[in-house]
Ligand binder design. Structure first.
Ligand code: NAD
Length: 299
């Protein structure tokens, strides 16, 4: 079987490519806007293409399944880059789905996010909770999911949607863990924390994530949450980072319940649906965070 992975040079995509290569041929489609050439295994074919541009169908003609992971993944800024969210996530996804239809690819896996649920959802949040995004990034992921459903209904493309919690691991050059390490390397005495430190979310290591994505793909073509069974607050993350660096910094808070406008202060997904298919994360949130700090410090 041949798989194409959009965003295959990025953090999650490249780890997915490594796992897929054990059993399948893989073609990476990426514009290297945030992805890195060094993330891509030599055995994978690489097509440099920007999904905001049309013309992908000829590249998908020899492909059986598309894992669509390219996106503007930067969520933790306000007002955020709404143009970029719109173009990368909505225009890009429409172009990928259209190319799949023209190239007769009838199997697509789409990387969505926990942010589609917004801040009012019950905890842990099941897949049938309402979509109620509070950021442009979240709104575009909701729109993408709806587009996937339309292509499924009209063109009979099998769609697997994975709603990912906060995914962490050594190649992730963004997010709270990376940020804390760099702040503490600059100033080991003091750590500025966005919000009140009590925002509490589920963190999952990318190894568990990739296993979950592949399990979801092999299961019924439907929507699955992927996260850890528990959550950790921002202070807890700071404690782990400081501990791994052997530091005891003073914490300073910018204040407020959210780290930034558009931040969802509490997130934990129900993972029962994918668990019932036989997947189980090996690490909880604290273990995922600690392993990530160790991996980032090794590089
Ligand atoms: P990443 O930035 O590491 O990877 C994204 C990849 O897409 C990069 O290689 C980038 O070069 C590529 N890309 C971006 N725009 C493109 C374009 N127009 N054309 C072609 N390639 C393009 O991000 P990631 O963290 O690996 O995220 C992968 C996917 O998972 C994204 O869809 C993201 O929204 C989703 N997701 C990530 C997380 C997380 O915690 N990292 C959580 C939920 C959902």
């Amino acid at each position: 079987m041949k798989a194409a992975v959009t965003g295959g040079a990025g953090f999650i995509g490249s780890r997915l490519v490594e796992q897929l290569l054990k059993e399948h041929e893989v073609k990476i489609i990426d514009n290297l806007s945030s992805g890195l050439e060094e993330n891509m295994p030599e055995e994978a074919e690489f097509i440099q293409h920007d999904i905001k541009e049309k013309g992908l169908e000829s590249e998908l003609e020899d492909v059986d399944v598309v894992f669509h992971f390219a996106a503007n993944p930067k969520v933790n800024t306000f007002p955020g880059d709404r143009e970029k969210d719109f173009d990368e996530n909505l225009v890009g996804t429409k172009n990928v789905l259209e190319a799949c239809e023209h190239a007769d690819v009838d199997d697509v896996v789409f990387a969505s996010s926990s942010v589609v649920y917004g801040e009012e959802a019950e905890i842990p949040t099941p897949e049938n909770a309402n979509m109620d995004p509070i950021s442009m990034y979240g709104a575009t992921k909701c729109g993408d999911e709806h587009m996937c459903e339309v292509y499924q209904q009209i063109f009979d493309i099998d769609m697997t949607i994975v709603r990912l919690a906060n995914i962490v691991g050594g190649r992730n050059q963004k997010g709270v863990i990376y940020d804390f390490i760099h702040k503490l390397e600059d100033n080991p005495e003091k750590l500025t924390i966005l919000g009140n430190g009590r925002q509490r979310k589920s963190y999952l290591h990318v190894e568990d994530t990739v296993n979950g994505i592949l399990k979801a793909w092999e299961s019924d073509k439907t929507t699955f949450n992927i996260g850890s069974e528990d959550s950790i607050d921002v202070d807890g993350i700071a404690d782990i980072v400081a501990d791994e660096l052997g530091l005891e910094p003073e914490y300073k808070y910018t204040g407020g319940e959210k780290g930034w406008d558009g931040d969802v202060p509490e997130m934990r997904l129900s993972i029962e649906k994918l668990r019932s298919e036989g997947w189980k994360p090996e690490r909880n949130s604290a273990e995922s965070v600690r392993k990530t700090v160790q991996e980032l410090l090794e590089t």
